[in-house]
Design a protein around this ligand. Structure first.
Ligand code: FES
Length: 585
């Protein structure tokens, strides 16, 4: 990774301080600016600290309730050091944290709130550029969405993955091994003591989930998009190099302010394609599809599920990372990181895209070597010849749905079976282990009321549990369909994001137990074997469920969130609004 803060054109930049946005607050000789300056001095800062310098915000998603960001207070100091070194003035600003593990019902409910907070915090303060500190799943899209809309110079610093889990001689992966050993425990194969030991061992350092879950996927997406320094996505959180990455990011943020290099210069249809290509070559989380659509929307770029399917067909999976593969993020870092991987698929990327480093993506990845071809496979020996994620359509999902084929049992990718329908997650939890449940390994478990509005909040319920009696009979995968999302660390033959969702009267709302459903991923098809006449009869008696939320942020969410295939942003937030700068000082 380059630690230089100078981009190729940085030396020729006009460093006239009157060009800085913060000069509107601090430069004029009037009573308002007197107030701004005097209150900066209230904090013990002199003119030399903040006058005529880029004010660089460090938007920090640290919280004692965000388990993955416990190193962020220390890391913010590294960023601050870099900003000071480069002649900027660092200001640390806390924003909503969105810790995946402890928030209920789901952090997805609050991604748009973080995006709104980010946009408005940047807009209303004397900020010239910003370092976005995020990592745990929704913090990445939330911060980036807000920064794209605010369109101030911005650079993202990923939290970095945690170290590999260890239990006896086993390597443990976040999420994936929880599901694996929970299934064994449910099947009666794992005692309480062993289960407790795994609990102690699986998360042994600061940082994000170290499988290719949503956090690592979105970090790679951010790097491929051009919003991080090279190498940022895979650097483990607790390595000394991550501290150096923090200070380099701070230094670069100062230059971004002088260069006025904004997200609108970085985000384009081509860089969005690069992000999607990165997502597929690492067999990343299906959640990234929703987030990338939302990111593109903030940049005013229409993006449909069809584009994901087109790219998925041509992009080989080279990252052999769990849950689809064998290794973990620490291994990917040791193998050369995302840059080395992308260097192998240069022909599939738009390498002329600019990045926040000031170099093009092609310049960033040129010469990056794969150091372990088991972890980052060569083109001649891919994990999969295509992207491992399919977009399906059919009469059950007219607006599309998603399946991560690489995480599914191959024998189930063409499957027809009878539906076993649950109206809610509460009903499913209550009944799934009933010994009288009318289910076989060929059944297709269907969950509705789990989408953006139905759950509400679009939770990660999509890896529906396998009934205990089937687990005890040795079944470890079966076809499951829902309008929910799925954790990036999950696996199984799970059809997700069915759109439109059942809450809005999507076809999933009308499915009954016993209906035959056919999944054919090769044909990108999901078909519900019920006649159009019968569907019409059922629709005639269907009643929309009551709206659960009547007040506050939840009511705003319920009124304005879009469907999964549209990115689940609020309908009034697409695009940026640079003309909304404060103009009265
Ligand atoms: Fe934070 Fe997985 S729980 S990244």
């Amino acid at each position: 990774m380059s630690s230089s803060n100078q981009s190729p054109f940085s030396a020729n930049i006009d460093r006239d301080p009157s060009r800085l946005r913060s000069a509107k607050w601090f430069a004029p000789d009037d009573v308002r600016s007197f107030g701004h300056r005097s209150r900066m001095k209230q904090m013990g800062w002199g003119d030399a600290d903040f006058r005529d310098k880029p004010i660089v915000a460090i938007l920090n998603t640290w919280s004692d309730l965000n388990t993955c960001h416990s190193h962020f207070r220390e890391r913010a100091q590294d960023v601050r050091r870099g900003i000071l070194q480069a002649g900027g003035c660092p200001v640390e600003v806390p924003v909503m944290s969105l810790g995946e593990m402890l928030m209920k019902p789901t952090t997805m409910l609050y991604r748009n709130l973080l995006a709104m907070e980010t946009e408005e915090v940047l807009r209303c303060h004397p900020i010239d550029s910003v370092v976005l500190m995020g990592g745990c799943d929704k913090t990445v899209p939330g911060l980036l969405m807000g920064a794209i809309s605010a369109d101030l110079p911005a650079i993202f610093l990923p939290a970095g993955p945690m170290l590999k889990g260890r239990w006896k001689n086993e390597t443990l992966g976040s999420g994936s091994d929880v599901w694996k050993y929970w299934a064994e425990r449910s099947a009666g194969n794992l005692c309480d003591g062993a289960w407790g030991e795994i609990e102690n061992c699986i998360a042994r350092s600061a940082g994000t989930c170290m499988t290719m879950g949503t956090a690592s996927t979105m970090a790679c997406v951010a790097e491929a998009l051009g919003m991080t320094l090279p190498g940022a996505a895979c650097t483990p959180a607790v390595m000394a190099e991550h501290g150096r990455l923090g200070s380099a990011t701070g230094r670069r943020a100062v230059e971004l302010a002088w260069e006025q290099l904004k997200p609108s210069h970085i985000i384009s249809p081509e860089s969005i394609d690069n992000a999607i290509t990165a997502q597929f070559t690492i067999a990343g989380s299906t959640n990234a599809i929703v987030h990338i659509i939302a990111l593109a929307g903030r940049a005013g770029l229409p993006l449909t599920l069809d584009r994901f399917d087109e790219l998925s067909r041509r992009v080989p999976v080279l990252g052999d990372i769990r849950p689809s593969g064998r290794y973990l993020m620490e291994d990917m870092y040791d193998a050369g990181g995302l840059g080395a991987l992308l260097n192998q698929i240069q022909d599939l990327l738009n390498i002329d895209c600019p990045t926040v480093s000031g170099h093009t993506l092609g310049e960033q990845i040129a010469g990056q070597q794969v150091l372990n071809p088991e972890v980052i496979r060569p083109r001649t020996h891919p994990v999969s010849a295509s992207g491992g994620t399919c977009i399906l359509r059919g009469n059950l999902a007219p607006d599309g749905c998603v399946i991560k084929t690489l995480a599914a049992a191959p024998r189930l990718l063409q499957h027809r079976g009878p539906a076993l329908v649950f109206d809610s997650y509460a009903e499913l939890k209550q009944m799934i282990d009933d010994s009288d449940l009318p289910v076989t390994a060929d059944s297709i478990i269907v969950l509705r009321s789990a989408g953006p509005l139905g759950a509400p909040g679009f939770p990660e319920w999509g890896m529906l549990p396998i009934p205990k009696k089937l687990l005890q009979a040795g079944v470890r995968d079966m076809v499951r369909i829902s309008d929910a999302r799925m954790s990036g660390t999950s696996y199984g033959t799970c059809v997700l994001h069915v759109s439109p969702e059942s809450h809005l009267g999507g076809p999933l709302a009308l499915v009954r137990t016993g209906d035959e459903i056919e999944l054919d991923t090769a044909q990108r098809r999901i078909h519900w074997h019920v006649s159009d006449d019968e569907i019409a009869r059922r629709r005639a008696v269907w009643k929309p469920p009551a709206v659960k939320w009547q007040r506050g942020y939840q009511a705003l969410f319920a009124q304005h969130v879009t469907q999964a295939h549209q990115g689940c942003d609020f309908d009034f937030l697409s695009g940026s609004s640079p003309d909304c700068e404060p103009d009265i000082f």
